[in-house]
Ligand binder design. Structure first.
Ligand code: MIG
Length: 815
């Protein structure tokens, strides 16, 4: 007799089923409960939470009560609901904050955000979900729409015409423009149209999609599981969006200075002798370097929290020796813990239930470097603390930085990650890996960061991560994973890191020189010239590739690299200042021109040049055998950094770029703060700082301001006020120049006797600096006070005692 098995569905041929997408339907009621607005439709509803007059959250819900929990991305203190007036008419519900008006059509749930002039900033058309738990919404797109953000994505700066997926993925294959998902997921899009800009952040840690390609007049944002929980972030300028988004998800913590020095890495430096030799070579060759990385070979058969007893028998001694010459170690730590009952970390993890399991209780095992491994469940604070504490092993050795790799998590299997039905305990609100995936890496780095803080007695730690989610900037710097030594990848690193900066990740950078494939002399030169101006600056290469330490290609190349790495160290006060600004305002260290010149249509997709802060324009050469390139200078006057030539902006120029030159320009009327050349960031030398004032033109009235932030560069003391703030002001008076400086905070005292001011370049025919003698350059170098003309480029350099009471000078122009 046949059983029902005979009519199993799969025997019945292909099933044709039309998926129905549901919408909330027409609005049937709304209510306010503790400043939260719950709007109910026929088939579902939306809850609205106003976080300020410029930012609100809307979350789709089904059923009776909306769930207002957020993910770890969002800072709880930013989620206080604000009360704003609502008005109900026949057809609409209208919220007004004073800055924006949110209009919801009752029949369709169509939602529009308008500014005070009634201009439509954003329009959300259809919000819908399917029976399998996917949701999406559609938003209006204009003919002049441009899109930015989305964190770490390939292709160009403007994301119009692109489609991306957010699903943290280990991509060793070449990072091509068509690759939609890389290691990090930042589901934030910044939409600029005309003079209006806003952001939409989808707080969903499962797979999400942003489609700016397929719909012509609309773009869509969707997710395949979990809640449709979206934040509207108002502009009107892109800077406002970046600042607001980073109040929501947090900003970088000011890194220790050594973490923003030059870093050297390779997969792998194989033993203790090699590491020591490498460090000494940097010192012998006078190439500044702060950090050497230990890739997976330092471990005992890839067991995290161990050193290989044969190749690294005396880590403590090695680290102490390196410490004497100012070099630090940053070891790699992957999440996979080797399945080995004799290995303490594994044993503890199993006995105390720290590893990810299936609902039924069995541990999930996957293969990574150590072979079969288990993966800590960082969603459980108990496990996160355990993991953090394990880092005492490293801090006891004097290590202050950790490199998190493979934390997507990457697993050597078909799906490249953990099975989707593995559970994350999530402090009592268990979720599947499918729902949690994109958060895994960030929670690992968070646990690491917090563990290091705990065990570093007031010192600032450094964490580098490959995977992350929105908010990762609070815990770690991000590098862009396994790029290749391709010119195309060098060029692509610019828009990638610029968009990361717009997405809150101010501390980011690629492997300089390229990771996989083989670098070349020219590529290494050009990439390093660019890389020393990226926030994160590390040379890293893969096993089996040509060596790419700075001396790998002979003396000429070595000389150029020494100069440029040295430049990063000389510019450290300036760069450090920008990191401080990123910590306070959320604005990135390097910026696309569109961020500073939003009304210039020529820069909407300009990404073969970028700005360091506001005022320094960097134009890398990103093709072989090229000694000229076109550079676009935005409005204003720009000075060629190398020869002082002045260029009127708002046009393209052709820049000469022989191998030892990368075109750089400084905006006229601005400062660059330069310190002494050091071999490592915390080297103790006289901290003479030179304020270079560019384009101080005789006869022109202008004023320039610079605010120099300084602290000890390594402790958290600055959070208790142990810092100083020196404000320098220059004013053109027509017949000269007035310089004034004063300390507005002086709780930190750098080792410094003199301040310098350099007027670049000599348009200004100064004949007297009031109260100061004219001296020679040698006398100035010896520390005498006075002023001199730099023979090389004619800049006027003034040296004056650094008094806490500040000071002022008047420079008189020659008749
Ligand atoms: O490719 O640890 O992206 O930087 O050197 C395998 C070895 C795993 C990937 C990282 C890369 C690192 C490498 N890792």
């Amino acid at each position: 007799m046949e059983s029902s098995e005979a009519i199993r569905p799969e025997k019945m041929g292909p099933l044709v089923m039309t998926e129905t997408w549901n919408t909330p339907g027409r609005i049937v009621s709304w209510e306010r409960s503790e400043n939260i607005y719950i709007v109910r439709g026929e088939c579902g509803g939306m809850v609205f939470v106003f976080l300020s007059d410029d930012m609100f959250r809307m979350k789709v819900f089904r059923g009776e009560v909306p769930d207002l929990t957020t993910t770890e991305a969002v800072l709880a203190e930013r989620c206080i609901p604000h009360l704003f007036p609502v008005e109900e008419t026949e057809e609409q519900l209208i919220f007004t904050t004073g800055v924006i008006t949110v209009v919801i059509e009752k029949t369709t749930f169509l939602l529009r955000v308008e500014n005070r002039d009634g201009k439509v900033i954003m329009q959300q058309n259809m919000t819908s979900w399917n029976p399998r738990g996917a949701s999406h919404a559609e938003y209006d797109m204009q003919p002049d729409s441009h899109f930015y953000g989305l964190g770490e994505k390939s292709s160009f700066l403007d994301k119009r015409g692109e489609h991306y997926t957010n699903w943290n993925t280990d991509v060793f294959a070449p990072h091509l423009p068509e690759i939609e998902a890389l290691y990090e997921s930042i589901p934030l899009i910044i939409h600029m149209h005309g003079e209006l800009t806003y952001g939409l952040f989808l707080d969903n840690t499962g797979r999400s999609d942003f489609d700016m390609r397929s719909h012509g007049v609309a773009f869509t944002i969707g997710c395949s599981t979990g809640a449709y929980d979206i934040y509207f972030i108002n502009g009107p300028e892109m800077k406002d969006v970046v600042k607001r988004y980073t109040t929501l998800t947090g900003r970088i913590a000011l890194p220790p200075k050594w973490a923003i020095g030059y870093h050297q890495s390779r997969y792998s430096y194989m033993n203790q002798q090699e590491v020591l030799q490498l460090a000494r070579t940097f010192r012998d060759k006078n190439i500044p370097c702060d950090v050497i990385y230990l890739d997976i070979h330092y471990m005992d058969e890839y067991r995290v929290f161990t050193f290989d007893p044969v190749n690294f028998p005396e880590p403590e001694k090695m680290i102490a020796e390196l410490g004497e010459i100012g070099v630090r170690i940053v070891p790699i730590v992957d999440p996979g813990v080797k399945k080995d009952p004799k290995y303490e970390v594994y044993k503890e993890g199993v006995l105390n239930k720290h590893f990810c399991r299936r609902l039924e209780g069995d541990i999930f095992f996957g293969e990574v470097w150590p072979g079969i491994s288990a993966f800590p469940d960082f969603s459980d604070s108990r496990t996160a603390e355990w993991w953090g504490d394990l880092h005492k092993y490293y801090t006891d050795l004097g290590i202050q930085g950790i490199w998190n790799d493979m934390n997507e998590p990457a697993v050597f299997n078909e799906s490249k990650t953990m099975d989707l039905d593995v559970m994350h305990f999530n402090n009592g609100r268990p979720v599947t890996h499918e729902e949690y995936h994109n958060l895994y890496g960030m929670m690992m780095s968070k646990a690491t960061y917090e563990g290091l803080v705990e065990h570093m007695a007031g010192e600032r730690p450094f964490v580098l991560t490959r995977a992350g989610y929105a908010g990762i900037q609070r815990y770690a710097a991000v590098w862009t994973g396994d790029n290749r030594s391709f010119w195309e990848h060098m060029a692509m690193a610019i828009p990638m890191v610029l968009n990361m900066g717009l997405s809150g990740l101010a501390f980011a950078g690629p492997d300089i020189g390229g990771f996989a494939h083989h670098t070349s002399a020219q590529l290494l030169v050009r990439w390093t010239q660019m890389g020393v101006f990226f926030p994160y600056c590390r040379n890293h290469s893969s096993i089996g590739t040509l060596r790419q330490e700075p001396w790998s290609f002979g003396e000429e190349v070595e000389g150029i690299l020494r100069e440029f790495i040295g430049l990063r160290y000389r510019w450290m006060p300036h760069i450090y200042n920008l990191f401080r600004e990123a910590e306070i305002s959320g604005l990135p260290v390097i910026r696309p021109l569109i961020l500073e010149y939003p009304r210039d249509p020529r820069v909407t997709n300009l990404c073969d040049q970028f700005l360091l802060g506001e005022n320094v324009l960097i134009a890398p050469v990103y093709r072989p055998d090229t000694d000229h390139r076109s550079v676009y200078l935005p409005e204003g006057c720009w000075l060629d950094y190398w020869d002082g030539e002045i260029h009127e902006g708002g046009r393209h120029i052709l820049a000469a770029a022989p191998l030892h030159i990368m075109p750089m320009y400084v905006k006229a009327g601005t400062f660059v703060a330069e310190g002494p050349l050091k071999q490592y960031a915390l080297e103790e030398v006289q901290e003479t700082v030179t304020f270079h004032l560019y384009g101080a033109e005789q006869g022109e009235e202008f004023s320039a301001l610079f605010n120099l932030y300084e602290d000890d560069g390594h402790s958290f003391g600055y959070r208790r006020g142990e810092y100083s703030q020196l404000i320098v002001q220059a004013e053109g008076t027509g017949d000269g120049l007035l310089l004034n400086w004063s300390y507005t905070a002086d709780a930190y005292k750098p080792v410094r006797e003199m301040l310098r001011f350099a007027l670049c370049y000599p348009f200004f025919k100064a004949d007297a600096v009031d109260g100061l003698p004219e001296i020679s350059l040698e006398e100035l170098e010896q520390g005498r006070k006075g002023w001199t003309r730099n023979g090389k480029n004619g800049a006027i350099i003034i040296q004056t005692p650094d008094e806490r009471s500040g000071g002022g000078l008047r420079i008189r122009a020659a008749e």
